[in-house]
Write a protein that binds this ligand. Structure first.
Ligand SMILES: Nc1nc2c(ncn2[C@@H]2O[C@H](COP(=O)(O)OP(=O)(O)OP(=O)(O)O)[C@@H](O)[C@H]2O)c(=O)[nH]1
Ligand SMILES: [Mg+2]
Length: 476
């Protein structure tokens, strides 16, 4: 086992996969329109004992025994030409440079020198690369490929070629492995991904906190607003119905007195229903706004409208009768006196008429006074009833809003818990991924630190041997 083999055997075999397959062919390659196909044709003719192929005839993973790199004599190599040369000779040390179409380009030697100098600068391995001029398909005359054929024969006959090719292929594998190890350490955007993950983690935690406090502020504000609005609504509704009822009382006829309490009861129930509906609507809106379910609640504001005060009014009636009677007697006397003075012949009739009018007036005055009194009593009663109703409504609204606040608070707490669980899941996933990246990074660093020194030593030994082989070939 040589030094190189023993060094290479220390490298993880997985890393060295895949290996190339060496084919006993000559690969002719070159940039676009350099004259490659013409060189292939000429070589096939001149070297029938060898297989000459173009790049597309070699499968991936196959390497030729020798490479003929054809470039045009028009101008020196460009960067992309050099990259192509690096690529086709990656696993093959035996390479010949050909400046083609020398029949039409008089300055081909300058171009050849320029190409040689350029490549010697690019990599030490190209320093000793043989260069020839050729005209494989000249405009006039026979192909000029003798130098190329000689150089190629010599290259193919060189007994160090196999070993050099193998060493070159090995060098390429080692360089590829080293590049891959370095890339693994850099981790194809690992740092960017880690930064993104850390930002995502911060954002998830921050969003959860902000969302939670915003929701709790929104809940408090909405409930506060609902409490105020509904209290005002109940209060205003009671005030307006009281005013309406008072207006109704003011216009009540005697016949309307009896059914009036029922009307009050009906209106009070109506107000209670309105307030209940308003509360349900407003709380449902709050729930919708907050995205939470509100307990609909099955209570209904109580309506307590007692019996109207009785119309018994003993002392007052007696007083009214007295006053009304006095007024009637006064009118009767006045009238009878007027008749007695102005028309004594009608004095008796006048007195009787006056008495009748007096009685009628008495009845009317007493009646009207009674009605006014009843209205006043009802008016006071309405004020009391609606006042009680208002207090009851306000209490009911307060209780209802309090209940809703509690149920919304519970729903919000449940949602917060669900959100927290989600956030924790997200954070745990992010943490897991961060850990995986960090571990992968550490593993990659460890692998590089373990393998790269071995690779470096193998490369040094390998290059020394290649150098020695090339020197001995030159010497021959
Ligand atoms: N004067 C002259 N013309 C040449 C010579 N070799 C090739 N040509 C011409 O150069 C052109 C390209 O030649 P090819 O051999 O097809 O070159 P290629 O590199 O295979 O071209 P692509 O496969 O198309 O990239 C053709 O028109 C050839 O006639 C040469 O030695 N002398
Ligand atoms: Mg071609």
């Amino acid at each position: 086992m040589t030094d190189i083999d023993s060094l290479v055997s220390q490298i993880d075999p997985i890393l060295l996969m895949p290996t190339i397959v060496r084919r006993d062919v000559v690969l002719v390659a070159g940039p676009w329109l350099a004259g490659t196909s013409s060189v292939v044709t000429a070589l096939r003719e001149r070297l029938p004992e060898h297989t000459v192929v173009e790049a597309d005839e070699l499968a991936a993973g196959q390497a030729p025994a020798a490479v003929v790199f054809v470039v045009s004599a028009t101008a020196p190599l460009t960067e992309s030409d050099c990259a192509l040369l690096d690529f086709v000779t990656a696993d093959t040390d035996a390479v010949i440079g050909v400046v083609a179409k020398i029949d039409v380009h008089r300055t081909w030697r300058d171009v050849l020198d320029a190409d040689r100098a350029l490549l010697a600068q690019r990599a030490p391995r190209y320093r000793d690369m043989p260069w020839v001029g050729a005209a494989a398909a000249p405009d006039l005359g026979a192909p000029v490929v003798d130098d190329l054929v000689t150089a190629l024969r010599e290259l193919l006959g060189d007994e160090t070629r196999d070993r050099r090719n193998r060493l070159r292929a090995m060098e390429n594998r080692l360089l590829t492995v080293r590049r891959r190890l370095e890339l693994d350490v850099a981790g194809a955007g690992r740092e960017t991904r880690l930064a993104a993950l850390r930002a995502e983690r911060t954002e998830a935690v921050h969003r959860y906190r902000v969302d939670k406090s915003q929701r709790s502020i929104a809940l408090r504000a909405q409930i506060q607003h609902a409490r105020l609005a509904l209290t005002y609504f109940a209060r205003n509704r009671c005030a307006s119905v009281r005013t309406e009822l008072q207006e109704d009382v003011a216009g009540l006829s005697r016949r309307g007195l009896a059914p009036f309490p029922d009307e009050v009861r009906r209106r009070a129930t109506e107000v209670a229903d309105d307030v209940a509906a308003g509360v349900a609507r407003q709380l449902a809106d709050v729930g919708q706004e907050l995205g939470l379910a509100v307990d609909p609640g099955d209570s209904h504001p109580a309506v307590e409208v007692g019996a109207a005060p009785s119309r018994a009014r003993g002392a007052e009636t007696r007083l009214m009768l007295l006053l009304g009677g006095g007024f009637g007697v006064g009118v009767a006397l006045t009238l009878s006196r007027v008749f007695a003075d102005l028309a004594p012949q009608w004095a008796v009739g006048g007195a009787l008429g006056g008495a009748a009018i007096g009685v009628a007036l008495t009845v009317w005055v007493v009646g009207v006074r009674g009605l006014l009194h009843d209205r006043a009593v009802l008016d006071r009663w309405v004020v009391q009833v609606i006042g009680r109703q208002r207090t009851a409504m306000e209490e009911w609204v307060a209780t209802r809003v309090l209940g809703a606040e509690a149920s919304l608070g519970r729903a919000a707490a449940e949602r917060d818990a669900a959100d927290r669980a989600l956030t924790e899941d997200t954070v745990a996933r992010i943490d897991r991924e961060i850990r995986e990246h960090v571990t992968a990074g550490a593993r990659a660093v460890a692998a590089r630190d373990r393998q790269v020194p071995v690779i470096e030593s193998a490369l040094v030994v390998l290059r020394e041997e290649l150098e020695a082989l090339n020197t001995s070939k030159q010497a021959n």
